[in-house]
Design a protein. Structure first.
Length: 233
């Protein structure tokens, strides 16, 4: 009986040790598995986030670099700017912009209505040109009122405009199906700051086609309201 009792104790002890070892090993393996999976999820999330951000940033940079070639061609300086606006569900979003002036080349976050500004005039008629705005340095009130009357801005919107331009040239960009894809806008702080005749001669069918093809080829990579809506947002 004594031997049998001792044998049971030994057996129970061995079983307890085995369970402890197995439990510890299993727990350690579980922790390692969960840690590895968490790391994989974080890595994948970072990759997707970086990929998503790179798409929008790279597209904007690509178009801005393309617009830089226009700035070079037309000798635009720190008082000028060229911007590309893509039509997006009845609004225009800026998908590219260049200026030698750092204050004017920022990427805007807001959308632009189809019924305001030089964008609206170009969208309606195909081209838009204006060099009649008063000098805001001499009479800011007159300049503001001119833009309210001419381009349908509100007084509050005028206050938020950082570049108080006096010369504009807008060009509507249509694809091969004659559907408006975007509007290109040149602007200057000076009344005679844009080579309007040169710009007009350059933007014939061939150059418009080149720019439209570039926009449409990158359409899937440009963030848009239409894309967000299709995703359920």
């Amino acid at each position: 009986m004594m031997m049998s009792y001792e044998g049971w104790l030994v057996t129970l002890f061995c079983a307890a040790v085995f369970c402890a070892i197995w439990g510890g090993a299993g727990s350690h393996a579980t922790v390692r598995f969960v840690t590895r999976k968490h790391k994989d999820v974080v890595t994948e999330n970072d990759r997707l986030k970086e990929e998503s951000e790179s798409k929008s940033i790279n597209c904007y940079k690509l178009f801005s670099n393309y617009l830089y070639s226009y700035a070079q061609r037309f000798n635009l300086g720190a008082k000028e700017r060229v911007s590309l606006y893509k039509l997006d569900m009845e609004m225009f979003s800026c998908i590219g912009r260049f200026s030698e002036n750092e204050l004017f080349k920022y990427k805007p976050s807001r959308l632009y209505p189809k019924d305001q500004g030089c964008i609206a005039k170009a969208w309606e008629t195909g081209t838009s040109e204006d060099t009649s705005a008063p000098d805001p340095e001499d009479d800011l009130v007159a300049w503001a009122q001119y833009n309210i009357d001419k381009f349908n801005f509100t007084a509050e919107q005028i206050k938020n405009i950082k570049m108080r331009s006096r010369a504009f040239r807008g060009i509507r960009l249509n694809n091969s199906e004659n559907i408006t894809v975007a509007v290109l806008v040149f602007e200057s702080l000076e009344q005679n700051g844009l080579p309007l005749a040169k710009i007009s001669r350059f933007f014939k069918q061939h150059e418009v086609k080149n720019l439209v093809n570039l926009i449409e080829s990158l359409k899937q990579h440009i963030p848009s309201l239409e894309g967000a809506r299709s995703e359920g947002f």
